[in-house]
Write a protein that binds this ligand. Structure first.
Ligand code: 9MR
Length: 563
């Protein structure tokens, strides 16, 4: 104990929508309802009422009350909720609160591109940097990368793609998931006629005037890299995907990508990486048919080759110990990856052989880079015209049922997190469990148009943006007390004042009961699960960023304004 989280009134520190749920949480010992006020920027009371006593919250060990001011609908900025002598951080009320966050969360990917300069004309002087890993000294470059000694005798050009997170590694497993989530966001925009989501010029990227939706341009930057990670024909394990490419040893903080002098290696192919390439490749083939048929064909060929290679090598697992200079992304159960890849391949090709291999279902456990089985159901309901109707109906009812569970979990807690871990522990990257659960509820909304699901997505946003046990917005640039020191080798202002803080729209991994880094261990002993977080650059286990977390944030930010 002994931590000070500021005001006991916890609101979304960014903004609430004029139409939709507007709620706040309050830490208060009282067992009876307390008076609350909504004050405008001048301090005038514009609405008032009594709190609802929610009671003890297990994940934070706070005693919590709720404030509901949903019926107040006047747009403005500088609003605050007051209870007794405690006042929340200020917030806006506006028609489309997440318009800018959608763009910022997607712009994150350009910032983290490898193999291309990040230019001031797109991101401003503070964030501009030279291209990383293009073979300009001291880089060895990613254009002719060898395997770890003894693993193979070829080199591959694996330039491009996105850096995973705060490190300079590039990993196929979570890279494919992040690319999938951006491509799925595109397909949602397409089928729901969300024109903003289809816009060329949505982002500040070099491809902004090429008549292709920018979200697809950004996804393609990663898909091209994934394709390069495939073992070439004629080699042993042809068609498999190398698990990852990264530095021999961890570089110090800060190190900008172009200044990384470490030798880089391809790590052995894995079945999981191969199947994730198959999944994202099949999705790419379907999507680019409209925009670039030659690229679509390239994706399809790679995806089908990957599927075959994984079938012939069904148990090549990346070792957990391979965690020096890069993350392990280890996984020894790939039945879920087989199923997800099969769903994507069936959706794109209609070949019966794939349908029989779709064996997984969405459950309350959700999905992550390690557990991709649930994504099969999301693909089925995204593309109902491509699957047998019985499959569609079954997937649909699972989405609604699992979303109902998330809704119950959100409502049962003092703070609106739709992800309530069964083991009572918050995991590494817990904010992405929140965003991924929100994505399931958003999908339930798309299937049913029931307001309770979209309201729950908005409340999940509240949780991420400050309505939590820490009074902390986990998204940089959004909220008076927002994370600003996420673990990153370039956005390292905390270590070097000449370097920038993370750009707006970067999602911190968030509370993690595991405390797997020294900074967390030193500062957070005895923390309640939902409070095991510290906004320090050294706390990589609670405060890193990652592509597969920001992809999920971008997805729900886009949803939140296009309900
Ligand atoms: O997101 C990953 C999390 O699920 C794992 O528990 C953790 C430890 O293996 O690794 C996380 O991914 C990190 C990767 O290993 C290295 N680059 C940064 C990633 C985000 O922290």
């Amino acid at each position: 104990g002994g931590w000070d989280y500021g005001s006991s009134v916890r609101a979304n520190q960014h903004a609430y929508p004029t139409a939709g749920a507007k709620r706040a949480s309050v830490v208060h010992d009282a067992t009876t309802p307390q008076p609350w006020q909504l004050r405008d920027a001048s301090g005038k009371v514009v609405a008032s009422g009594k709190t609802q006593v929610k009671g003890d919250d297990a994940m934070t060990r706070d005693h919590v009350h709720l404030v509901d001011f949903s019926s107040y609908r006047k747009a403005g900025s500088g609003y605050r909720i007051a209870v007794g002598d405690q006042v929340s951080h200020p917030f806006d009320i506006t028609a489309k609160p997440y318009d800018k966050l959608r763009r910022d969360a997607l712009q994150y990917f350009y910032h983290n591109r490898s193999g291309i300069p990040v230019e001031a004309k797109y991101v401003g002087d503070a964030y501009a940097r030279p291209a990383g890993h293009v073979g300009v000294a001291p880089n060895t470059g990613d254009t002719a990368v060898p395997c770890l000694p003894g693993e193979c005798d070829y080199t591959l050009d694996v330039s491009g793609g996105w850096y995973d997170a705060g490190d300079h590694g590039k990993y196929v497993v979570n890279g494919a998931l992040a690319a999938w989530q951006l491509m799925d966001l595109y397909e949602r925009s397409l089928y729901r006629l969300d024109l903003e989501g289809l816009r060329d010029g949505l982002l500040a990227i070099p491809e902004r005037d090429n008549r292709v939706p920018d979200v697809l341009d950004e996804a393609r930057w990663e898909v091209e890299f994934l394709l390069k990670m495939q073992v070439p024909a004629g080699q042993p394990l042809a068609g498999m995907a190398h698990h990852k490419i990264h530095d021999l040893a961890w570089t110090p903080h800060p190190t900008l990508p172009h200044a990384d002098a470490q030798p880089r290696y391809l790590h052995a192919p894995s079945t999981a990486a191969t199947l994730n390439l198959a999944a994202a490749g099949a999705q790419c083939a379907r999507i680019w048919k409209l925009w670039d048929p030659a690229f679509a064909q390239k994706c399809l060929t790679a995806a089908e080759k990957a599927w075959e290679a994984a079938g012939a090598n069904p148990a090549k697992f990346a070792p957990r110990e391979d965690s020096v200079g890069g993350g392990p992304y280890d996984d020894t159960d790939v039945s879920d990856e087989f199923s997800w890849a099969a769903a994507e391949l069936y959706a794109t090709t209609g070949k019966r052989e794939y349908l029989g291999r779709v064996t997984t279902q969405l459950t309350s456990a959700g999905f992550s880079w390690k557990d991709t089985g649930a994504l099969a159901d999301l693909t089925i309901v995204r593309l109902p015209h491509r699957f047998p109707v019985d499959r569609v109906l079954a997937a649909r009812s699972r989405v609604l049922k699992v979303a109902d569970g998330h809704l119950r979990d959100l409502r049962s807690q003092g703070y609106p997190n739709p992800s309530k871990p069964a083991d009572g522990q918050y995991a590494w990257g817990s904010t992405s469990a929140t965003t991924n659960a929100a994505m399931v509820m958003a999908t339930a909304y798309d299937l049913s148009l029931k307001r309770e699901y979209s309201d729950a997505v908005l409340e999940s946003m509240d949780y991420l943006l400050g309505r939590n046990g820490l009074n902390q917005s986990f998204v940089s640039g959004y909220g008076e007390n927002a994370s600003r020191n996420q673990h990153h080798r370039h956005w390292a202002n905390q270590l070097d004042p000449k370097l920038p803080n993370p750009p707006a729209g970067s999602l911190a991994g968030g509370p993690n009961s595991g405390l797997q880094d020294p900074v967390a261990q030193q500062n957070l002993p005895g923390c309640a699960p939902a409070k095991c977080y510290i906004d320090e650059i050294g706390s990589y286990s609670t405060n890193e960023v990652a592509i597969n977390w920001n992809s999920s944030l971008a997805w729900i930010a886009a949803f939140a304004d296009t309900r």
